[in-house]
Design a protein. Structure first.
Lengths: 236, 565, 124
């Protein structure tokens, strides 16, 4: 048996509730939440989909740290488990938080390949060596679970801060050998909500469930943005 | 509340997003809505791993890809559709490349391809073993570029509104607020995915509950070939997480308890790379005949990757390694992965033609929820993501074309009131003594037991009886959560209602089809019967249960022959 | 979450704590800078009386402990700042754990040495 303490919110008040969950070897926190929903209290709200750590739905704070509920084994945590919604987001209900702003920020950095010669009807194969692929590949692995943003102290004091995930996405495209839109993106990320707001708490890299090092992406982006501005000033 | 758009696309997976892009490319004046019950990148398409089929290189040909597909389908695929499909695949790969998909590469910078089950050429285009994930993200990132595409995330669809055989729109619950929103549209595209959560042991995401299929079905649109459910050979034990066919494509072995590559008995030529139905049956036979390995969760088969070495596994199958370690405590570099066959894909779906049109005007369907049919009785690996891209585009373009020439639609006040009272009064407000989750559990058990790889009449009859009983009990469910905002209790209860209808179609369809073809294997009719059964099953909704009709299969080039691998 | 996000207790890594202390020591150093400038400004009084009275307030054995803490703030802010600068250029993110360990050792070592020097100066 494991004791789940779940932080609940019904739109008006916020409170803790405890549940007893029979924990077997191999059972994940997400399975525990489903057990609660199906057997103990069906009003519990949480997000989940793929249950294999790739859709990014189920990031919650488990024992004080943001993790994917589907990837976290109950027995690795002992028999007392606290589950809370992510911080830095508005809670909608129980463990469900509002991600609208998060996705809006992702959209704001133009996270798509920008090319001048694009042809929708007759696409051409673009060449990219495995080495060029490796330059940015790790940053494509972001599942937008939002764990990084929830622990970012810069985000906690500035709602409009773009945050680690959005800037990692920006860097991922800037570092792609097929891309020609770096300047467009530098403009967005060098604003007062962008790269200069990061103060290297590096908590994002610590909690990222996919180990993509968003902190590094932000710094790489900062470096290239700085050089781009410098080149602009010097007229190169 | 009413919302008006020219085109409403339901479902934001590969097919839905591809349709949105195609429609937006067609005209920037069209207003396009894409609504989904999750955020777009949380869709089940992200779970696709192995690859996407496309003829890209010298030595391969459209005819060869088409032949592999038709042969894989056990000749139930419509060959005109297949021929169209294979020609469109390569362009979709290149478009994704142009939009930023991080395809795995050859040394010279060209897009890499690998072998896959049932294909006679290495034509699985892949991005490590996260192909679906990268495709979804690429499409999403591309989609947000268009100003005329509006995304409605976390809207759960409750009905499809049709009048005089013309689509009027859809109704959906905005989860955040719990309000019912009516989307009026000139054309509607369904890309809502399969019905895999009918099964308990499945590779599917929790959200894949066949919503769109059921809504189309309840509104009089026939479901085609629903009895064909694909079982993927390698589902991780105990969770059912998919271990991609790419494991075997890269050279992995399947071993029984004697350490023997038993596939030599079943598919001597292709071995582990036979089509999925054959490999799954072989594995299940080994298990039934007592040659499976014993584990905490019952007998299993070993998927051995050790001989590939750590470097290749990390390079080509990093997700598999990660999942095996996290979810089964097994590092494939050191130990074989415990697997067994798992429910994986719904070959059937909403009846459409090759233009993705359904019998209702203005209503289109694409992706797994539709049945064109290119998969017939058994889908080849890598053809599903390809189908989503190709037919997502077709649906988007045709929906756009239709919308440009159609007049405004209006959902009547009466229809709105009726739907509101159905959801809030009849479902949410009702008291009863059944738990929807108990019903779902029993449904899953029945499907896992009676509708599995090997089927027979008595078991199927038992399943039909059980499903009818569950449907009866479902009338008496009670939803405990009476609140409006983010009421997942309400959502899941409605989903379970959807699944019961589909389960009935699957079970009765399987009972009626007295032959073995592709993924549908009847112990009591172990032979394929082209004389009587080379035809598509069409299930029509009636309040008493499905009514069945059959339509012929289109054969262009390839007459049915015996299937050997 | 607001400013409390900088100071919350549970579930944080050492990097996040380093960030918090960088902020705090920054504030302390800023206050010190203001005080220092005030002292210097007092030299405008040509008689030196104001300066002397201020000095007598803060330069004393009893006040040594505050001086030591001030030096700790300075040493921490400086060395941790160098660590951050390395990472700010996108370097060595993979080695951030060993680097912060080295930084911590350096901070303690430099501070202890500085304390020793200061104590012996005041003592002797």
């Amino acid at each position: 048996m494991a004791e789940f303490r779940v932080r609940r919110y019904d739109g008006f008040r916020s409170y803790w509730q405890s549940f007893e969950v029979p924990a077997k070897r191999g059972m994940t926190v997400l399975e525990g939440l489903y057990y609660i929903k199906e057997n103990l209290d069906s009003s519990l709200a949480f997000r989940a989909s793929c249950r294999m750590g790739i859709c990014g739905s189920c990031a919650v704070k488990i024992n004080g740290k943001p993790r994917l509920a589907c990837e976290t084994q109950i027995l690795f945590l002992g028999d007392k488990i606290t589950v809370e919604p992510l911080e830095n987001y508005r809670v909608i209900k129980d463990l469900v938080t509002d991600f609208e702003g998060f996705f809006a920020k992702h959209k704001a950095v133009k996270p798509y390949l920008i090319r001048k010669d694009e042809n929708y009807e007759e696409p051409k194969e673009l060449l990219q060596t495995p080495e060029q692929l490796n330059e940015y590949y790790v940053f494509t692995l972001c599942i937008k679970c939002g764990a990084c943003y929830s622990v970012c102290p810069a985000a906690s004091t500035l709602d409009s801060y773009l945050g680690p995930a959005a800037m990692a996405a920006a860097y991922r495209f800037c570092a792609d050998s097929r891309d020609e839109g770096q300047r467009d993106r530098y403009e967005v990320v060098s604003s007062s909500q962008g790269v200069w707001r990061c103060h290297l708490a590096m908590e994002c890299s610590e909690v990222c469930p996919k180990n993509i090092e968003p902190a590094k992406a932000v710094q790489m982006l900062r470096r290239s943005t700085a050089f781009s501005i410098l080149r602009g000033i010097l007229g190169w | 509340m009413r919302v008006q758009h020219d085109i409403v696309i339901v479902g934001a997976g590969l097919a839905g997003m591809r349709a949105a892009i195609a429609a937006a490319e067609k005209s920037s004046r069209l207003s396009i809505a894409i609504i989904a019950k999750t955020y777009p990148i949380r869709c089940h398409s992200v779970c696709a791993e192995g690859g996407t089929a496309a003829v890209l290189r010298e030595g391969d040909s459209f005819d060869l890809h088409a032949w592999d597909t038709v042969k894989g389908s056990d000749f139930l695929a419509d060959q005109d559709a297949v021929e169209f499909f294979v020609r469109e695949c390569p362009k979709e790969i290149l478009r994704l490349d142009n939009w930023g998909c991080p395809w795995s590469r050859n040394e010279d910078g060209t897009i890499a391809q690998r072998p896959f089950g049932g294909h006679s050429f290495n034509r699985a285009t892949f991005a490590k073993d996260r192909t679906g994930f990268h495709e979804v993200h690429t499409l999403y990132e591309r989609m947000i570029k268009y100003d005329n595409v509006e995304i409605y995330p976390e809207y759960f669809i409750t009905n499809l509104i049709i009048e005089e055989n013309t689509v009027q729109g859809v109704s959906a619950i905005e989860l955040k607020t719990g309000n019912l929103v009516f989307f009026e549209a000139k054309s509607v595209v369904f890309a809502t995915g399969g019905a895999g959560r009918l099964y308990g042991f499945t590779t599917y995401s929790h959200q894949v509950t066949g919503d769109g299929m059921t809504l189309a079905y309840r509104n009089g649109i026939p479901l085609k070939d629903m009895e064909f459910i694909q079982f993927h050979p390698t589902g991780l034990i105990p969770s059912g997480i998919l271990m991609t066919e790419g494991c075997r494509g890269e050279g992995g072995y399947l071993l029984n308890k004697n350490g023997e590559r038993f596939m030599k008995k079943y598919a001597p030529e292709k071995m582990e790379l036979g089509p999925r139905d054959i490999v799954s049956r072989a594995m299940w036979t080994e298990i039934i005949e007592g040659r499976g390995l014993e584990g905490d969760y019952g007998p299993y088969i070993a998927l051995d990757l050790r001989h590939l070495g750590e470097e290749k596994i990390e390079e080509r199958l990093p997700l598999i390694r990660d999942a095996a370690i996290k979810f089964a405590g097994v590092d494939p570099v050191e130990e074989p992965i415990p697997v067994k066959p798992v429910a994986h894909y719904t070959m059937g779906g909403i009846h459409t033609n090759v233009r993705c049109e359904t019998p209702v005007k203005g209503f289109f369907a694409a992706g797994e929820c539709a049945c064109v049919s290119i998969h017939g009785a058994n889908r080849l690996g890598t053809n599903s993501t390809a189908e989503c891209l190709v037919f997502g585009r077709v649906a988007g373009e045709n929906a756009a074309e239709y919308a440009m020439n159609a007049k405004e639609n209006k959902i009547t006040e009466e229809a709105m009131r009726k739907e509101e009272s159905r959801i809030y009064d009849e479902l949410l407000g009702k008291s009863g003594d059944e738990s929807p989750y108990q019903i779902k559990r029993e449904l899953n058990e029945t499907m896992d037991k009676n509708m599995w790889i090997f089927r027979e009449e008595s078991e199927l009859k038992e399943a039909v009886k059980k499903i009818k009983e569950l449907k009866e009990r479902y009338r008496n469910v009670e939803i405990n959560d009476r609140s409006r905002g983010f009421n997942t209790d309400l959502m899941m209860t409605i989903e379970i209602g959807y699944m019961l209808d589909l389960a009935e179609v699957v079970a009765i369809g399987a009972l009626k089809r007295q032959e073995s073809r592709g993924a549908h294997y009847r112990i009591d009719y172990p032979k394929r019967d082209d004389e009587n059964w080379l035809k598509h099953t069409m299930a029509y909704y009636t309040p008493e249960g499905p009514r069945f009709e059959y339509i012929p299969v289109t054969v262009t080039k390839w007459e049915p022959v015996e299937r050997k691998y | 979450m607001g400013i409390s996000g900088w100071f919350k207790l549970g579930g944080r890594s050492v990097f996040s704590w380093a960030f918090t202390f960088q902020r705090l020591t920054g504030i302390v150093l800023l206050i010190y800078l203001l005080a220092h400038l005030t002292y210097l400004t007092s030299l405008l009084d040509k008689t030196g009386a104001t300066y002397e009275s201020m000095i007598s307030l803060t330069v004393s054995r009893q006040f040594l402990i505050f001086d030591l803490l001030l030096v700790l703030c300075g040493v921490f802010h400086g060395i941790n700042g160098l660590r951050i600068i390395i990472h700010e250029f996108g370097f060595a993110h993979e080695y951030r754990k060993p680097i912060i360990a080295v930084a911590a050792i350096l901070i303690v070592a430099v501070w202890l040495y500085a304390s020793y020097v200061m104590c012996s100066l005041t003592g002797g």
